[in-house]
Write a protein that binds this ligand. Structure first.
Ligand SMILES: NC(=O)C1=CN([C@@H]2O[C@H](COP(=O)(O)OP(=O)(O)OC[C@H]3O[C@@H](n4cnc5c(N)ncnc54)[C@H](OP(=O)(O)O)[C@@H]3O)[C@@H](O)[C@H]2O)C=CC1
Ligand SMILES: Cc1cn([C@H]2C[C@H](O)[C@@H](COP(=O)(O)OP(=O)(O)O[C@H]3O[C@@H](C)C(=O)[C@@H](O)[C@H]3O)O2)c(=O)[nH]c1=O
Length: 286
């Protein structure tokens, strides 16, 4: 089963590289952005001609949520147009696309667990352009899986857990938002599920929700990071109204994972258990 990963040097791409090595997968390639710029359709076409992938995993995205508010065109190019180009080239080469999307497609203004069929109504540019990317793919390529995930972290790249560890070392006091709830996702767990989906060769295409089990706030998530890593820092809960950011974020973006669990017969780890594993790996430098 030949697989090509796009956005390979990002957080999720790095997790896929690690997991595929652990699983001894050899028929998977991780081209650099220079050889797989998703905004260059001809380049993708050449890449797919050379690689002949059966599955393409798209981890490439514009993920700077606050910056996107002032950088709408670039964000939309990558998250909408890039997704559409990939779908077109997958169609030409008869490849199945596994695309990653986000809980930020939801407004999240009511405390309701969100299913794949609930209306998406993004509150920020990043979420809007990700939703546009989902729609473009659905229109072009029936053979796709779009996996919406949330609050990704890992030992790789930039993420909330690594930011907290850094700020915990640099500061005596820290304020973290307590009134936004969601579900953290260890990107290594997601990488494993993506490769399980490929392995299954299941053709139940469409949108799926995936995060770790459980619900928390950014404040409680940060508290868990500091407790588990024995970091001494005074952590203060703050309200969204007290912590000004460019982009509006959902107050409640907890997603229902019934569909992915039943379709692919997977079990999902509890967020705190996965966080513990990730922090052990970060501490051990592996
Ligand atoms: N991070 C999170 O908390 C969450 C992420 N997601 C989604 O998961 C997916 C993976 O996210 P994550 O790995 O964390 O994100 P990263 O930002 O770590 O990785 C994205 C990668 O895409 C690359 N990229 C950007 N533009 C292009 C382009 N034109 N061509 C090729 N590559 C490009 C980036 O390169 P460069 O760094 O050079 O720009 C980066 O390496 C994304 O679709 C994201 O929207 C969903 C929910 C939560
Ligand atoms: C650094 C920091 C953040 N926060 C808050 C701001 C925000 O509400 C929340 C998370 O902030 P971050 O900027 O780290 O994370 P953010 O970029 O908003 O994370 C999102 O990224 C995109 C890509 C997604 O798809 C989402 O699922 C989600 O993971 O924590 C604090 O309250 N205090 C702090 O010191």
């Amino acid at each position: 089963m030949k697989i090509v990963v796009l956005g390979a040097s990002g957080q999720l791409g790095s997790c896929l590289k690690k997991i595929s090595a652990e699983r001894n997968l050899t028929d998977i390639s991780f081209p650099s952005e220079e050889h797989a710029n998703i905004l260059d359709k001809d380049l993708l076409d050449k890449l797919f001609t050379a690689e002949e992938p059966q599955y393409v995993i798209n981890c490439a995205a514009y993920t700077a949520v606050d910056k996107a508010e002032d950088d709408v065109d670039t964000c939309r190019k990558v998250n909408r147009d890039g997704a559409a180009y990939i779908a077109e080239v997958c169609k030409k080469h008869q490849a199945t696309l596994i695309h990653i999307s986000t809980d930020f497609v939801f407004k999240g203004d009511v405390p309701k667990v969100l299913s794949e069929t609930d209306a998406a109504e993004p509150e920020n540019i990043y979420g809007l352009t990700k939703l546009e990317g989902e729609a473009a793919i659905a229109e072009i390529l029936p053979e796709h899986f779009t996996i919406r995930t949330s609050w990704l972290y890992s030992e790789f790249g930039n993420n909330f857990v690594k930011t907290m560890l850094r700020l915990g070392r640099e500061r005596d006091q820290l304020g973290v938002i307590v009134d936004q709830a969601g579900s953290p996702t260890y990107a290594i767990d997601l990488a494993n599920v993506i490769l399980d989906i490929v392995k299954s060769e299941n053709k139940a295409y469409g949108i799926y929700h995936y995060s770790n089990e459980g619900v928390t706030s950014w404040y409680d998530f940060a508290k868990a990071v500091f407790d588990i890593s024995s970091t001494q820092v005074a952590l203060n809960p703050v309200k969204t109204s007290e912590y000004v950011t460019k982009a509006v974020r959902p107050a409640y973006s907890v997603m229902d994972k019934t569909k992915i669990k039943s379709t692919f017969s997977i079990q999902i780890p509890y967020w705190r258990d996965s966080l513990r594993i990730c922090l052990e790996r970060i501490a051990a430098g592996v």
